[in-house]
Design a protein around this ligand. Structure first.
Ligand code: ADP
Ligand code: ZN
Ligand code: ZN
Length: 802
């Protein structure tokens, strides 16, 4: 027997299967999807078994084939389906198989680990075998293979007499971490009094007193504004102690979940529910667009259809844009389905992720909630797939391999013959256009549940504010509205659009803006560290006191960071309690959730935040949402700028008045007549869609045309230009005259990390020969890359045009 193996070397030149003989001793154990150790040239490396066959390829001399040395899994890590998916994707999107396998599999299996057999039922294990288990009842795979015991162990594994367990090394498993706590039994007031002179120690001690009911990790303390030395001083004084805390793996594990009541569906919800259920029952693929305004009960439809899928003994996968931003969604799923839910996201440690992955693979968890990469969850019998907020750009992975979760989900729903539900209040234009054409089936929830009115939206023209003498960032209308809410003890959400809006340094005399020495982009100013940073290459420098161009001292930070807005806000509303949510205040694990909880418990009056507050926020007491700067995204050089603006503003507006109390939304803008803003006010998606479609048609953009973006980069401009010309020529040879090839031109970011970048954009509808050109270029430039670091990046259906 022969196994076809993909070896674990991320290189194009070995991106096909190699044949290996399966030695007799391993024959009963090797299955498709297990990892093996094989000889490869002078070394031995890991590989994945993709196929098993009796027949070697005809041109292969079996006598020369080498044997598989070892196997690493008994239960395959990969399912047959995921292997097929890899083949399809690789073929269609020109990637490397091993790169796809890598994004699919949890990284824990690449970390240090030992697989062992563990005793489940000692009585039924033959004595000779039992001796081999260690004190903890473990018998490592590797040793078992060495001793030739696998054939004996395998039937025991099937009976459940022994189990398969993966022991992860310390740093990925259940962790012990250094934690800090106050030493109990002192007079705390007295200690506080004695610390009054050293502000930092005082604050730290006060903080630890406040948090004494929970575990405070040393690293979290250090990530805040407290210093190591304050901790050490307090430890030396004996007021505070350090200890090893066991950190729970599952952030939700320790909590008790109240049941979440199932709602009686509205007529619209019922229709959507019926349509989806019909496909689940019929085992039929269908892609639905569930287009429902915010608060129309989409989630309730998901929950109830999932329940039906589970009753039919099938599984359900739910994708969300970013799980840290949707804790309330996760809670609802946990409440409804309890332990059946596996939560997959990047905030988990490797060990945690692997636990969740295994639960799914072994059928212990039948529902997954997760971000983009959870689209690869190893379910074996899916009954439905949901992509919530399907328009979000986070579903596209921008790094290699550049996959879009929607494409993967579509393929998997085909494989499992189950429905795929794309949910959104503001679908992407591509999706809505497909629904209009009947490629997808449209399910509409046009009203909020319980006849709740959508909030009233007011647009404030900031140009008028300016000409009437108000130079602050709060219009009079917004200021009055905030005051009213504060008086009524209702809550306010203020949104600051950060996209395309970083703070930088500017010389007021000559206009000089410090640039990255390696890239063609301005440096961003970071207040917390008082550094100028480049987001593309990581370059950092101390901000200059004098303008390097004209020596003027009038060089300072411009652009309004959230921190600054918070200060300004506090000046105007002195008694208001403000909770600020941005990258700085939420970098600690769990911080995001805590801030939201605080706001939910009304520990704050105003929640001020960036993009991260736009999603999933659902609190009854929010009656005012203010958008401070609606325009920053409109001006980005991207054909999706209007679409993104419309989507974001609609989402933000949807945070107001979701319950009994009526909501109001105030949008401040310098472009009050722009349709992307006006249609938000009217809450008219269709109107927006139609206008935007006509622009896309004129501009030959998606959904009328597909896009493909080629970026060529190298340290020498000459090489980049030559390669660009070559690519341009190859494309023209393969494309019909219906396709447009734009460029080569310098990319919007013309230089990153001292490499020059050129871009070629192809707009096309149907080009059968394009694929051949891609394969050729991908191979050709793979070699060029190896030879002289000349890189070609091919982005199919790009989401970002920089
Ligand atoms: P969406 O996902 O579209 O924003 P949700 O499913 O979160 O909407 O529903 C909004 C609110 O209405 C939630 O508080 C939810 O519990 C409630 N809800 C949803 N469906 C119903 C229903 N059929 N009857 C009563 N309340 C409902
Ligand atoms: Zn200057
Ligand atoms: Zn740079």
């Amino acid at each position: 027997m022969i196994a076809k193996v993909i070896v674990d070397i991320p290189s194009k030149s070995v991106d096909y299967t190699f044949d290996y003989i399966i030695p007799t001793r391993l024959q009963s154990m090797i299955q498709v999807g297990v990892r093996v150790i094989v000889p490869f040239g002078p070394r031995t490396i890991q590989g994945y078994v993709m196929h098993i066959t009796n027949q070697p390829d005809s041109d292969i001399d079996t006598a020369k084939l080498k044997e598989i040395k070892e196997i690493q899994d008994i239960k395959p890590e990969l399912t047959e389906e995921l292997i097929q998916l890899t083949e399809w994707y690789n073929n269609y999107f020109v990637t490397k198989r091993i790169s796809m396998l890598e994004v699919m599999l949890p990284s824990a299996i690449k970390a240090k680990y030992t697989k062992v057999f563990a005793i489940e039922d000692a009585e039924n294990i033959p004595q000779t075998l039992l001796q081999r288990f260690d004190g903890e009842g473990h018998y490592p795979y590797k040793t078992a293979q060495y001793n030739d015991d696998l054939n004996q162990l395998l039937p025991l594994l099937k009976q459940g007499t022994v189990a398969e367990v993966t022991l992860l090394s310390q740093n990925v498993g259940k962790k012990k971490q250094r934690a800090v706590a106050v030493v109990e039994g002192f007079d705390e007031e007295q200690i506080l009094g004695s610390l009054e002179k050293s502000k930092k120690q005082y604050e730290l001690y006060a903080y630890l007193l406040d948090e004494r009911h929970r575990t405070v990790l040393l690293k979290d303390i250090e990530a805040m504004e407290f210093s190591k030395s304050s901790v050490d001083t307090l430890v030396r004084k004996g007021y505070v102690e350090k200890y090893d805390a066991i950190v729970e793996r599952d952030p939700f594990e320790t909590r008790v979940f109240e049941q979440d009541a199932k709602q009686q569906l509205t007529t619209d919800q019922q229709q959507a529910f019926d349509a989806i259920l019909e496909k689940i029952q019929a085992h039929e693929q269908r892609t639905f667009l569930l287009h429902g305004v915010t608060g129309s009960g989409k989630t309730e439809v998901y929950l109830q259809t999932i329940e039906e899928a589970l009753k039919l003994d099938r599984q359900a996968m739910m994708l969300v844009p970013e799980i840290a931003l949707t804790p309330q969604m996760v809670l609802r799923f946990k409440r409804r389905f309890g332990d059946e839910v596996a939560v997959l996201h990047s905030g988990l440690s490797k060990g945690e992720r692997y636990d969740e992955w295994q639960k799914i693979r072994d059928g212990k968890a039948r529902v997954s909630v997760g971000a983009r990469s959870s689209v690869f969850a190893p379910f074996k019998n899916l009954g439905m797939i949901i992509i919530d907020e399907e328009h979000e750009s986070t579903y596209k992975q921008e790094d290699y391999p550049r996959y879009h979760a929607r494409d993967i989900a579509q393929w998997r729903s085909q494989y499992h013959q189950c429905p795929l539900i794309l949910g959104s209040a503001t679908p992407s234009l591509e999706t809505y256009a497909r629904a209009e054409k009947g490629v997808y089936e449209l399910l509409a929830l046009p009203h909020r549940v319980n006849q709740q009115a959508l909030p009233e939206v007011e647009i404030v023209d900031m140009r008028e504010e300016l000409s009437s003498g108000n130079r602050s960032m709060f219009s009079n209308q917004l200021r009055d509205a905030i005051q009213q809410r504060l008086d009524k003890k209702e809550q306010i959400v203020l949104f600051l659009n950060r996209r395309g809006y970083a703070s930088f340094m500017l010389c007021r005399d000559c206009g000089h803006v410090p640039q990255c020495p390696n890239c063609d982009i301005s440096l961003t100013y970071h207040k917390t560290t008082d550094q100028l940073k480049c987001h593309y290459c990581g370059h950092q420098e101390v901000p200059p006191n004098r303008c390097p161009n004209c020596e003027s001292e009038h060089i300072r930070q411009v652009g309004t960071g959230t921190q600054r807005v918070e200060e300004l806000l506090q000046e105007v509303f002195q008694d208001a309690r403000i909770i600020r949510m941005d990258v700085d205040t939420t970098s600690r694990k769990g911080a995001h959730e805590k801030l939201l909880n605080d706001f939910g418990e009304r520990k704050g009056d105003i929640l001020l935040g960036t993009q991260m507050i736009a999603k999933g926020l659902d609190f009854p007491n929010i009656t005012l949402v203010g958008v401070l700067n609606a325009d920053t995204m409109l001006n980005l050089p991207d054909f999706r700028a209007s679409e993104r603006t419309y989507q974001l503003l609609t989402q933000v507006a949807g945070r107001a008045g979701r319950h009994e109390k009526e909501g109001q939304v105030i949008i401040q803008t310098y472009n009050p007549d722009h349709y992307a803003i006006k249609d938000v006010q009217q809450n008219d998606y269709i109107a927006f869609f139609e206008k935007e479609m006509s622009y896309r048609k004129i501009g030959k953009y998606p959904p009328y045309f597909f896009l493909m973006n080629f970026t060529i980069s190298h340290k020498e401009m000459k090489k980049v230009m030559e390669a660009s010309k070559h690519i341009h020529k190859v494309l023209l040879q393969h494309l019909s005259d219906k396709a447009l090839v734009l460029g080569p031109t310098p990319a919007a970011l013309a230089r990153i990390n001292n490499e020059f970048r050129f871009q070629i954009l192809v707009k096309y509808k149907s080009e059968p020969a394009l694929h051949e050109a891609l394969k050729y270029l991908d191979d050709y430039y793979h070699d060029q890359y190896l030879k002289e670091k000349l890189a070609l990046k091919i982005d199919i259906n790009p989401q970002m045009m920089m």
